[in-house]
Design a binder for this molecule. Structure first.
Ligand SMILES: Nc1ncnc2c1ncn2[C@@H]1O[C@H](COP(=O)(O)OP(=O)(O)OP(=O)(O)O)[C@@H](O)[C@H]1O
Ligand SMILES: [Mg+2]
Length: 259
């Protein structure tokens, strides 16, 4: 089932892909059964949701040694019970060379996720366009790019759009670009404001509300608890904007997040 499979990808590192996946999947899970899928060997997302990385990881889906259920685990009890994780491991580095001769390698993830009946799947990807990223874009119904409000990130937009167009043309015609999340935004920084203005001018309704730059986010990710414990509502707003664009009712409220 491809419906409501949201992939977060951008070709530049450190733009908040893993943070956004952690925060959006946490918020979604207050109302919907949600699977956070970690396809980055750095396992940043996995480490924010479970204490110890298990042996089985999403690599097992690429090596065809594990099926869907053998990889998916519950997250630590601090999160809503509807949240599950498909964890990453350093083994993912082997997926590229090991699947090189496999003609259907870009479709392996889509096949495995079709076994999932969870309402949402949110996929974190590495900052490159290797097998994990392409497989995620092929498995996804929607893609979101988190872009930090700095010129160096902004310059990567053309590469993002080119890859997206190629995947849509050749591999997944149903893939929809759901939007851009401007991240690490510092309202007091002129350059940040200029980049945010440029993003809004060029992409208009594709833009989600910005995520402010705050040390709280780093703290949230290492706390092994949900983002709302840090008293910030930026990602609740974005999650509701996502639900709105997917034609769901806007239903996640501070009360859902114990606030
Ligand atoms: N809005 C923000 N404010 C402050 N720090 C942030 C913000 N977003 C991300 N960070 C921090 O920046 C670092 C990189 O974020 P994250 O890991 O989410 O990026 P990424 O795009 O997944 O990186 P990579 O490409 O390496 O996987 C982390 O330490 C994270 O806590
Ligand atoms: Mg990451």
């Amino acid at each position: 089932m491809k419906h409501n499979t949201v992939c977060l990808w951008f070709g530049k590192g450190g733009c908040g892909k893993s943070l956004s996946t952690y925060a959006i999947s946490s918020h979604l899970s207050t109302r919907f059964s949600t699977l956070a899928v970690d396809l980055d060997g750095q396992a940043t997302l996995s480490s924010s949701l479970i204490e110890e990385l298990p042996e089985a990881s999403t690599y097992g889906w690429f090596s065809k040694t594990h099926d869907f259920d053998e990889v998916v685990v519950p997250v630590t009890p601090a999160f809503p019970e509807r949240l599950f994780l498909a964890p990453a491991s350093a083994d993912l580095a082997k997926a590229e060379p090991e699947t090189a001769a496999n003609l259907d390698r870009h479709f392996l993830l889509a096949d495995v996720l079709s076994d999932s009946d969870l309402q949402f799947r949110v996929i974190d990807t590495p900052p490159n366009s290797g097998i994990c990223t392409i497989a995620a874009l092929v498995a996804a119904s929607h893609v979101i790019c988190p872009v930090s409000t700095e010129p160096a990130a902004w310059e990567q937009m053309a590469a993002f759009e080119a890859l997206l167009a190629q995947v849509k043309r050749r591999m997944n015609p149903h893939l929809e670009w759901l939007g851009i999340i401007p991240t690490r935004f510092n309202v007091r920084n002129n350059l940040d404001n200029e980049v945010l203005k440029a993003i809004n001018e060029k992409y208009g309704s594709l833009c989600f509300s910005p995520v402010r730059s705050s040390v709280r986010w780093r703290e949230a990710m290492v706390s092994l608890g949900p983002p709302w414990n840090q008293q910030s509502t930026d990602y609740m707003t974005i999650t509701n904007e996502i639900l709105e664009r997917l034609n769901h009712e806007k239903i996640i409220s501070p009360a859902d997040c114990g606030q």
